[in-house]
Design a protein around this ligand. Structure first.
Ligand SMILES: Cc1ncc(COP(=O)(O)O)c(C=O)c1O
Length: 380
């Protein structure tokens, strides 16, 4: 049997990883400014994380959601405390797309409507409802067009108001900082006003924090920079530092009924151990404050490079827009500087999503490497 060939692969084969580094079979060590696609939050193979998962596996790795599992409540309590959402409720699942499916389903159960407002360049995952609200035709099969969705321009309040005033909108879904779309930020004032509009018209506001959450932007959730509370928040990626775990957080207004949501693997013992260990490290090592500080310094250093058209982001979620496609630059970063970076849907944008643990020295190493390559770069 062969692997179904759907990924464009880098010529790298990691065999070990530690902290901010990935060690490949070519004998080289690479600085990970991609974080395995925004997944590595507390650094690779953090000792506390390894210990907690190992300890859990030696006790019990899995049992179904038909028995008591106090680890879920322990995780929810820690998440509530660290995120400031201690009065919200957590449903655990396994991937970002699932977290979005559950969010949309609960929104629709809640107000009985089905039309969704999404935004240009949004990415929410590859299951049916998630793809329906993702702005990428190439990924969407006819069967994914499951309900009415409108894609609006980011920060266009009038357009949101016009749609919502029609009375048939179930939910507004947005990534407070768009990830795959190229690290594009919603304005704080726009988010605050959308939140008010949603409240006034019985529309559920869903913040997709799958990429921007878990401290990456220098707050636990990116929307907290704007100081409002959405009705539902989705989580994944950094939540498990590589262990597949995801969640949908719902405000107290949502009533839980047995059978409405469910998952075989969601919230299993190992997943809870992994996610709880991540929260322990985020708290103990003050990684949210660290991400804000190092990210701020890095944003400033990169903004000084004249070859970059625009530097965008918050904390350690950074997008660099160049006046040329970055494909060659990305390969040169890997081959000459041994640094891995991410891409975005815009071929001119480089995405930086390092572990939240990166040191000032590693951030400087990245800025210097970028400067070196750009000084030599002759855009075609
Ligand atoms: C903002 C956002 N939402 C949803 C998803 C989908 O997550 P998953 O691949 O875990 O299904 C992603 C993945 O990149 C994402 O960045």
């Amino acid at each position: 049997m062969e692997i179904f060939d759907v990924y464009s692969l880098l010529d790298l084969e990691p065999v070990k990883a530690q902290g901010s580094y990935v060690f490949c079979d070519d004998g080289n060590r690479y600085l990970d400014f991609y974080g395995g696609h925004a997944v590595i939050s507390i650094g690779h193979s953090h000792p506390h994380y390894v210990d907690k998962i190992t300890e859990q596996l030696n006790n019990i790795g899995f049992y179904s959601n038909s028995v008591q599992n106090p680890l879920q409540q322990q995780l929810a309590a820690k998440l509530g405390e660290l995120s400031g959402y201690d009065d919200y409720q957590l449903f655990l699942c396994n991937s970002g797309a699932e977290a979005i499916e559950n969010a949309l389903k609960m929104a629709s159960f809640h107000n009985g409507k089905s039309k969704v407002i999404s935004f240009n360049k949004a990415f929410h995952g590859r299951t049916t409802s998630a793809l329906n609200i993702t702005d990428k035709d190439a990924y969407t099969a006819p069967i994914n067009q499951s309900s009415e969705v409108v894609f609006l321009k980011m920060n266009d309040l009038e357009a949101v108001e016009a749609e919502i005033s029609q009375g048939d909108v179930c939910a507004v879904v947005l990534e407070p900082v768009q990830g795959i779309g190229g690290i594009r930020l919603f304005e704080d004032s726009f988010l605050q006003q959308v939140s008010q509009l949603c409240q006034a018209h019985d529309v559920v506001l869903i913040c997709d924090e799958i990429q921007s959450g878990f401290g990456r932007t220098g707050k636990f959730f990116a929307h907290q920079h704007a100081g409002f509370k959405p009705d539902i928040i989705t989580l994944a990626k950094g939540m498990g530092n590589g262990f597949p775990v995801a969640g949908t957080i719902l405000s107290p207004d949502f009533e839980a009924k047995h059978g409405r949501l469910g998952s075989t693997f969601g919230g299993n013992h190992l997943a809870c151990a992994a996610a709880t260990a991540v929260l322990d490290v985020i708290k103990d090592e003050q990684l949210i404050e660290h991400a804000a500080q190092i990210g701020g310094q890095l944003l400033d250093a990169l903004a000084d490079l004249p070859q970059i058209k625009e530097v965008r982001g918050r904390g350690l979620m950074i997008g660099l827009e160049f006046p040329f496609p970055i494909k060659e630059l990305r390969h040169r970063l890997i081959e000459e500087e041994h640094i891995i970076t991410g891409i975005a849907s815009d071929p001119n944008v480089s995405r930086l999503l390092p572990p939240l643990t990166i040191s000032e020295k590693e951030a400087n190493q990245f800025a210097t490497a970028m400067q070196n390559l750009l000084t030599e770069h002759q855009p075609q």
